[in-house]
Write a protein that binds this ligand. Structure first.
Ligand code: HAS
Length: 549
């Protein structure tokens, strides 16, 4: 039976909170690095003390893209599973703590080497740029640590099904299992690149690296990485938002189906990040572009489901017409407002993704600031605003405090500031990209070049956006600290919605894991086996590697 209590077991709460602390420290470091970057790109600001632009960019990408997201997501998923499927056992909790410590040790190790300027290889660590071996070992520990969290999640889900024969599993727990399954299958790619290529190469055990193999393994992981960020936001949209607006989940079956489709199609699509790379047969790029368009479908299903939830709730409250629901939503409740703005921004963010994925258009935008604009809308707005929306109730619920009306109001300001800052940043990034402005380029790379003068105004806009975002980040950190340590003691609801009456029954086949994992593996083998053999058979001599620092 699904638990209805408001708070979770204090020991599970402590575990989830440990992840949150690391996530918010990473947010502070990463967003501060972001401000420094946009200032450097105005050409009016010199980095002090010999700090390099690419070092700061690596800090920004790794702390936000890999550390902040991963810790937040695992903390959220563990808390949500404990809330919906029930407490973890002592053994399960110990496994999750082991994962947490491994991730933390790995993060500290990688961060030390980035700060020492010995791992200035950006968050995608493309070879032949070479980092200190400890950076790769650190990241590998982070990945291995996440597998412990995954294992606990599968175990708890299974235990629920065993303890409640014939009952449907909680939707949240089901979604957490899908997200971890996708992550685990995907991280096998990056883990093999680390263990078989980067670590031996950076230790000097081999003297060269096959660049295309390493990039292919990275992007086999890299696209599902972005869905690993997105799916927890979808969990909140499907399971939590309906409760916050006083409504119900439109359809449990539709939600599960969309997650299954995301599992199936999110991995065999990595080539859409490599469309301009020589060495990969265009036929297989074409196949993966087709699969990319298939992975858009579950997002459209999600949009449909959300509109249905909003409309049904709106009509219950007396709304009429297609968009009458709009006036009936709880706009003053930050738990709704922040994720809603995230959803809204996902409409242009998703459209940008479809542009990127379209082969011919990709030739125009690849490696330009357009792509940077795309991911500042998707991950840095849609996903992050949803994570902030979760923080407002999750943190007080875990720490035994309450979301006060003052903190709620500050949260609304925070959301508005973040959105304005990001609109400045990402609009100018998209535009600059269309004018050919390259991504990942320090001002000093093109300073004084007459052809590039047209980019400068956009970089000024990015600096304005970055400054607003920095203030918004400080505000968010302040709210987080307040909710963690200073808000009044009390009980904050952990909102979990129920399914609408009369919704279609959830087919039992959705719980058939060998089937879904089997199809996922088959699709991956189909999309990757032949081109991968081809890449290896026709490999040019390996690259010796170089350092950016
Ligand atoms: Fe992407 C590059 C294609 C989604 C993140 N992407 C990136 C990179 C990142 C990233 C980080 O095909 C850069 C990587 C790097 O460093 O090189 N992306 C896509 C496609 C989608 C997509 C097809 N991306 C995301 C998401 C991300 C993310 C999500 C993070 C969370 N992306 C690409 C491609 C590249 C790429 C190429 C490589 C480019 C290159 O050349 O390097 C799709 O999943 C998007 C589908 C989404 C939709 C939107 C559905 C809308 C919803 C909201 C409903 C709103 C409501 C409110 C209900 C179709 C669900 C409405 C209210 C009203 C009042 C109207």
């Amino acid at each position: 039976m699904i638990k209805t209590m408001k708070r979770i077991n204090p020991k599970d709460a402590k575990l989830a909170m440990a992840h949150m602390y690391v996530a918010f420290i990473a947010l502070f470091i990463g967003a501060s690095a972001g401000l420094i970057q946009v200032l450097e790109r105005t050409g009016k600001f010199q980095l002090p003390a010999g700090i390099g632009y690419y070092q700061v960019l690596t800090t920004h990408g790794v702390t936000l893209g890999l550390v902040m997201t991963t810790f937040f997501i695992i903390g959220f998923m563990l808390a949500g599973q404990s809330r919906t499927a029930g407490d973890y056992t002592k053994a399960e909790r110990n496994i999750a703590w082991t994962g947490f410590w491994l991730m933390l040790i790995g993060t500290v190790l990688a961060t030390i080497y980035i700060l020492l300027n010995e791992a200035t290889v950006l968050y995608t660590f493309y070879a032949p740029m070479m980092a200190h071996s400890s950076f790769y070992i650190g990241l590998t520990l982070v990945v291995v640590g996440t597998w412990f969290g995954a294992f606990v999640t599968y175990k708890r889900h299974r235990r629920f099904l065993k303890e409640n024969p014939g009952e449907k599993s909680p939707l949240f727990s089901f979604m957490a299992v899908i997200n971890f399954a996708m992550w685990q299958i995907a991280t096998l790619g990056v883990a093999s690149a680390m263990l078989l290529q980067f670590i031996p190469w950076s230790l000097g055990l081999v003297d060269s690296i096959d660049v295309l193999v390493s990039r292919t393994l990275f992007w086999y992981f890299g696209h599902p990485l972005v869905y690993f960020w997105l799916l927890p936001a979808y969990m909140a949209w499907y399971v939590i938002i309906p409760k916050i607006i006083g409504g119900k989940i439109f359809s449990d079956a539709l939600a599960r189906l969309s997650f299954i489709l995301l599992l199936l199609f999110s991995i065999p699509v990595g080539f859409h990040h490599q469309l301009t790379e020589p060495g990969i047969d265009p036929f297989w790029k074409y196949i993966q572009v087709v699969l990319t368009f298939l992975v858009v479908i579950p997002s459209l299903m999600t949009a449909f489901s959300l509109f249905a939830t909003f409309e049904i709730r709106g009509r219950e409250l007396g709304a009429k017409g297609l968009f009458g629901w709009f006036k009936k939503m709880p706009w003053k409740d930050v738990r709704f407002f922040a994720p809603f703005v995230g959803m809204l921004i996902f409409i242009p963010g998703g459209a940008g993704g479809i542009i990127n994925a379209s082969n011919q258009m990709n030739q125009v935008v690849h490696n330009t600031m357009f792509v940077t604009g795309h991911f500042h809308l998707t991950v840095a707005t849609t996903v992050i605003l949803t994570f902030f929306g979760i923080t407002y109730w999750l943190v007080p619920s875990l720490t035994g405090r309450t979301l006060t009306s003052g903190a709620n109001k500050l949260g609304i300001y925070q959301t508005i500031l973040w959105t304005i800052g990001m609109l400045f940043m990402s609009t100018s990034m998209h535009w600059q990209g269309l004018l050919g402005g390259p991504r990942r380029s320090a001002f000093s790379e093109y300073a004084g070049n007459a052809d590039t003068a047209s980019w400068i105004p956009f970089q000024m806009f990015q600096a304005v956006g970055g400054a607003i975002l920095f203030i918004a980040m400080l505000l968010m950190i302040g709210i987080f600290v307040y909710l963690s340590f200073f808000a009044p003691k009390g009980e904050e609801e952990f909102p979990i919605a129920e399914e609408a009456d009369g919704a279609m029954e959830t087919p039992a086949v959705f719980e058939n894991w060998p089937l879904w994992i089997g199809i996922t593996v088959a699709l991956i083998l189909f999309a990757y086996t032949i081109p991968f053999i081809d890449i290896i058979q026709n490999a040019p001599p390996g690259s010796p590697g170089f350092k950016l620092y």
